[in-house]
Design a protein around this ligand. Structure first.
Ligand code: ADP
Ligand code: MG
Length: 453
């Protein structure tokens, strides 16, 4: 089975590896690309075998697009690429994890429940500590008596602190206790997009009626209403209709109701009518508890001292905290090394996890906005004038190359765009930089201004 084609395959893979060397950093190359095990699948796909799911998700988020591009270039055709888990099957269950099943598991989109709620976010896997105790208790109360207690229920807090998690947990709990409850989860972007779609098809009333029929409406990241006047107008009516009929409204935002700029006052006022609960950054003990939960959920064993170390180094937010653990354990399993304190020190130090000021996506967005003279929120919005489109691409490029954010993360941050859009943008900017010195200066200036250069 592995005769003639595999010789050819090796040559191809070597080409892929050498073009990847030029694209990824030396450190990433040695840690992730070199130890990769690949083989051709019978159907012509490239199979990358990884030791476990964590490893797969790390590679998928960070390198899959680069690998895919290099692979397409080398082979001259759009071949499929698959990540296959090579987890040690449990004893006596040798065929439990067939490669096909495993790879499907990896690529499967997150499970959605009725109303679009994400199944993986529930109250049981939300770790409670002083930083989120109040928001958690209130969320549980709201889920227990939707519409009766706090309306709207407004969760506010910084990026990656668990707002989306709690908002989903509310919806999931409500459906668990009443499968007939009409619940709907919408990101502010999908609310906007569905509205735009409805406008273009002359179906605005229909769209609004559908939303108004809900018993529970969750709108995530309501700060993205900023600058979208028509959406605000329609949301205002939907809000009033639901509120007047005692239906539960749950909103999340990274800003306090009255501090959301670019949103009409009458809306901001209403956001504060019910209960506003904030989530703060978790303290050290909660961070360790979150890591422990995550390790348990992923069935990975991580020494206590490593968890304490990670928790001491990453104190910004829960998403980064989980990301660090994923990265460490994926690295250890891919390189067949033990996840020791020394290894954790080494890896987190090189990623700037320690000391160095980390430039966040928010800072980059603000810097780019300022440079291009855009209003806050415009980068994430739907609008697509030439200027906004260019600014957005530049922002994506800087986020990828100077903040090391993954393609999906950038897409999510900039208004829930698909990661392929981000990949495309980065290539466009890369190309324009090398073709046009003036454009290169512009990008470099913005980058320096933000403090990334
Ligand atoms: P936000 O919406 O505030 O930006 P998310 O809800 O998306 O943040 O949380 C980011 C990640 O951190 C998610 O994977 C979420 O499950 C996890 N997370 C946040 N807070 C907690 C917590 N208290 N316990 C467990 N996981 C958490
Ligand atoms: Mg969120």
């Amino acid at each position: 089975m592995e005769n003639a084609p595999s010789v050819n395959f090796k040559t191809l893979w070597n080409q892929v590896v050498s073009s990847l060397r030029a694209v990824v950093s030396d450190e990433d190359f040695e840690s992730w690309i070199e130890p990769m095990k690949t083989r051709p699948a019978p159907d012509g796909a490239l199979e990358i075998t990884v030791p476990n799911r964590l490893c797969a998700s790390w590679i998928e988020e960070n390198f899959l697009d680069d690998i895919s591009t290099a692979w397409t270039e080398a082979s001259g055709q759009r071949n499929t690429l698959r990540l296959v888990c090579d987890e040690q099957p449990a004893q006596g269950n040798l065929f439990a994890d067939e490669p096909d099943k495993a790879s499907q598991k990896v690529r499967k989109p997150p499970a959605r429940r009725p109303g679009g709620f994400l199944a993986r976010y529930d109250f049981d896997n939300f770790v409670v500590g002083p930083s989120n105790q109040f928001a958690h208790a209130a969320a549980r109360a709201v889920a227990g008596q939707p519409g009766a207690l706090y309306n709207p229920f407004f969760i506010f807090g910084g990026v990656g602190l668990g707002k989306t998690h709690l908002a989903n947990a509310i919806g999931n709990a409500i459906v668990d206790s009443d499968p007939n409850a009409r619940v709907l989860f919408l990101s502010t972007d999908s609310f906007t997009n569905q509205l735009i779609d409805a406008i273009s098809r002359n179906r605005v009333q229909e769209f609004k009626n559908r939303v108004r029929r809900m018993d529970v409406l969750v709108v995530d990241d309501i700060q993205f209403l900023a600058g979208r006047e028509r959406t605000q107008e329609e949301f205002f009516h939907v809000f009033n209709a639901l509120y007047d009929s005692g239906k539960q409204i749950v909103l999340t935002s990274d800003k306090f109701p009255n501090e959301i700029q670019g949103v009409e006052e009458r809306l901001c006022n209403r956001f504060g009518w019910g209960l506003v609960a904030d989530i703060q950054s978790p303290d050290a003990e909660t961070r360790v508890a979150i890591l422990r939960r995550k390790a348990q959920a992923e069935s990975i064993s991580v020494p206590d001292e490593v968890m304490s170390y990670v928790a001491s180094q990453i104190d910004s937010n829960v998403r980064d905290l989980e990301g660090a653990l994923t990265r460490l354990s994926a690295y250890a399993s891919l390189n067949r090394s033990e996840l020791t304190l020394d290894l954790a020190r080494e890896l987190l130090a090189t990623s700037g996890g320690n000391g160095q000021k980390e430039i966040g996506l928010e800072d980059i967005a603000t810097g780019v906005n300022r440079h291009f003279g855009l209003r806050p929120g415009e980068l994430a919005a739907r609008r697509r004038t030439k200027k906004v489109a260019e600014a957005r691409q530049v922002a994506m490029y800087i986020m990828r190359n100077h903040a090391g954010a993954s393609f999906p993360r950038i897409g999510e941050f900039l208004g829930g765009r698909d990661h392929s859009t981000v990949v495309h943008a980065c290539r466009v900017v890369e190309k324009k930089r090398s073709d046009d010195p003036r454009f290169r200066d512009l990008v470099d200036t913005v980058t320096r201004m933000i403090g990334c250069g």
